[in-house]
Design a binder for this molecule. Structure first.
Ligand code: BDP
Length: 598
């Protein structure tokens, strides 16, 4: 799906601002149909999560539908244009009503959906209502822990009074994941226009042949017209062109896209169909897994970076472009080169920034928390088709970004309780993910600390991505034992012969808590923890990346294991460095992006 663009033939109307808003505790009663429904409403900012915008606990603890409403008038000069209403993300499930009619339903809270509204009159006022459902369960991604406990919850005791109280509880969301279940219209809502015959989709697949850059293209259009494509260099000079909806373009002496501090060179593809025009930035670079290496443009790359979150004060998980800009600046400050969109697809704007700033992305689906049941989740869960749809939509959205180098199908599913079911599930998902990407990027999923001998599927991924908490959740505080255990496990992975990225490791740390003898939660411990483990990773040539968990502190559900959220950030939630941030800055600035461990 193409990102909306303003140009000589396309326009955008932004529907952000203060919307009317009401929480509704009823099962989707379509309560808004009653004329009084919005009379008791409040105002809420769009785009943003609704949870932290008000001083009322109901906004944080809400479980169910929330309704948004606004009116808008389409300018009459748009009469002859095709008009599309686009939601970048409504979390998690959405229903959209225009002038009282249900015009769309969408499942999943982190990817865009759009509705052609050319049929509605220009020059007149229209009534738009969006219902957003934040409930999570065994059919949603991320997954809720139906009838169980929240991640790190304590109410799982076999105590009759607790069991009875749980039955009396009013509906609550029990996330089987460790981040706050921020909800609502989290990303922009826009109407964009195109001519009636238009460009629907574009795929650009780069490759390199000696000094030549090659771009294979495919353009999907609707309506009559001539289709063409031109490639412009950074000075606006045409370097290749083609016509028709498919073909191959050759750029002599091509400039390649390199991660920063190399130059992330971007060409602009100018696509035309009939009267329509669309411009897409594109980079020429290749990605390949060979033996124990991950190659970008044929050279072995070392991932220095983070697991992240879209999370900030007040906005929650709402789109925050200033924060994105700041985070990119901090990534450069660290001397890092990459991050994973843990644990869901991020807003499109940050991928565009990464294309320009030369930051490498591992792009993850919202499939987090698959498990948490006493029965086989792959048999009792009803998430399978949705998981496939989400992968398809994620790749369709992000396939053209040079910054995206690998797809992560999910984070920390249960792969050991029922290893055969897990194998069948993830193996078949892997097989159907591969062909969806015209560029054939590597595919992985991220495995939790588990019985790696029993886990049959992690070892089959193109890159083995493992989250490991030796010294924190395991062998807590005992770094000597942690190192011993880590090495036993690394010996196992060495024999597998694939590249391994440590996609998470970390220690909760309270900023300003200092100790002379480093113990858990102190800034000294966090630094010592990382330094100790990094020394071991450095000895292993097949460990091709380190992503500490987490870039910054982030919000979670309340619970006995979380005081004001997850504190494993190298930065505080407001982006101030802890001691370990300075440590990583020094380390990463002395590690090359390419050829480390050669
Ligand atoms: C891992 C999860 C991550 C958590 C982290 C932690 O992938 O989402 O936040 O552990 O516990 O299990 O800090």
């Amino acid at each position: 799906m193409l990102y909306p663009e303003i140009n000589e033939r396309r326009g955008i109307i932004d529907l952000g601002g203060a919307w009317q808003f009401r929480l509704d505790d009823r099962e989707h009663g379509e309560g808004f149909a009653d004329t009084d429904f919005f009379r008791g409403s409040e105002l809420i900012a769009v785009p943003a999560s609704y949870n932290d915008q008000k001083e009322d606990i109901r906004f944080r603890s809400h479980c169910g539908w929330a309704y948004y409403r606004r009116t808008f008038t389409l300018p009459s000069y748009l009469e002859s244009e095709r008009r599309v209403l686009r939601f970048d993300a409504v979390t998690h499930n959405a229903k959209v009503y225009l002038d009282g009619q249900l015009i769309a339903e969408h499942t999943g809270g982190f990817l865009p959906f759009e509705i052609d509204i050319t049929g509605i009159a220009a020059g007149e006022e229209h009534d738009l209502i969006v219902a957003a459902d934040n409930r999570i369960n065994h059919s949603t991604l991320p997954m809720g822990n139906e009838g169980g406990t929240a991640f790190f919850g304590s109410d799982n005791a076999d105590v009759p009074s607790v069991i009875a109280a749980k039955k009396h509880r009013k509906p609550v969301n029990l996330p089987n994941f460790d981040f706050f279940n921020y909800a609502g219209i989290n990303r922009p809502v826009r109407i964009y226009t195109t001519p009636k015959a238009y460009i629907n989709d574009v795929s650009l697949v780069p490759s390199i042949d000696g000094k030549k850059g090659i771009i294979r293209y495919e353009i999907v259009t609707s309506g009559d017209g001539e289709t063409s494509i031109e490639i412009l260099d950074e000075d606006g000079k045409k370097v290749a062109s083609g016509s028709g909806d498919k073909g191959e373009l050759v750029i002599e002496n091509a400039n390649l896209w390199w991660p920063y501090p190399g130059k992330p060179y971007l060409y602009t593809a100018v696509i035309r169909h009939g009267d329509d025009i669309y411009r897409l930035e594109t980079g020429i670079r290749t990605v390949e897994v060979r033996g124990e290496k991950f190659l970008i443009n044929g050279k072995p790359f070392y991932f220095k970076g983070f697991g992240k979150h879209e999370d900030s004060a007040v906005h929650g998980r709402g789109f925050d472009f200033v924060l994105d800009m700041k985070d990119i600046s901090l990534i450069h400050w660290f001397g890092a080169n990459s991050f994973r969109t843990s644990h869901y697809p991020y807003a499109e704007e940050i991928y565009q920034l990464c294309d320009r700033e030369g930051i490498v992305i591992i792009d993850e689906t919202p499939a987090v928390g698959i498990g948490g049941t006493s029965e086989d989740i792959y048999k009792v869960g009803k998430f399978q088709q949705h998981h496939r749809d989400v992968i398809k939509d994620l790749i369709a959205r992000d396939k053209n970004h040079p910054s995206v180098v690998m797809w992560s199908m999910g984070n920390e599913p249960d792969t050991v309780s029922y290893p055969d079911s897990a194998y069948e599930y993830w193996h078949s998902l892997y097989c159907c993910t591969k062909p969806l990407d015209p560029a054939g990027r590597p595919v992985t999923f991220v495995c939790c600390q588990n019985n790696y001998e029993r886990d049959r599927i992690t070892r089959e991924m193109d890159v083995v991505c493992i989250n490991r908490y030796y010294g924190w959740y395991n062998l807590s505080g005992d770094m000597e034992a942690a190192v011993y255990a880590l090495n036993l496990e690394l010996d196992f992975w060495q024999d597998i012969g694939k590249p391994v990225i440590i996609t998470e490791y970390g220690a909760d740390t309270l900023p300003g808590f200092h100790l002379t003898a480093p113990e858990m939660f102190s800034e000294e411990f966090q630094k010592m923890y990382y330094d100790t483990l990094n020394r071991e990773f450095d000895k292993r040539s097949f460990v091709i990346g380190e992503h500490p968990w987490n870039f910054a502190d982030f919000n979670t559900i309340q619970g006995p294991m979380r005081a004001d959220g997850n504190r494993k950030g190298l930065l505080t939630r407001d982006r101030r460095p802890k001691m370990a941030a300075h440590y990583f800055r020094e380390r990463w600035n002395s590690i090359p992006d390419f050829g480390y461990k050669e």
